[in-house]
Design a protein around this ligand. Sequence first.
Ligand SMILES: [Zn+2]
Ligand SMILES: [Zn+2]
Length: 106
Amino acid sequence: MNEQTRTKILQSTPRTKGIRKLDHKRLRAQLSRAAPPLDYDRYMRSKAWQIKRRKFLAHYNCQCALCGSKEHLHVHHLHYQTLGKERVEDVLVYCRRCHFLAHKEE
Ligand SMILES: [Zn+2]
Ligand SMILES: [Zn+2]
């Protein structure tokens, strides 16, 4: 097809709800692929993680990356691709409040 026909088709294709829904579905699929594996909770309770968690907290000066709070600190995973062998750049330290907000915005 030539350039003119293609432009015509593109212009005549309405951006219907159906198309957006499809995009949404694809986005959701991508998100679920990025979701933590099933044994995430078990890993969070493991001794290995407890040791690593302390290391990360120390690396980030035991304070929240957002507000600087030093209470109720959590180690937040920026992604789960290196789960089990995280490096300091794969995580961030958040207080309970900022951690909650960070996940809400996702
Ligand atoms: Zn905070
Ligand atoms: Zn988190």
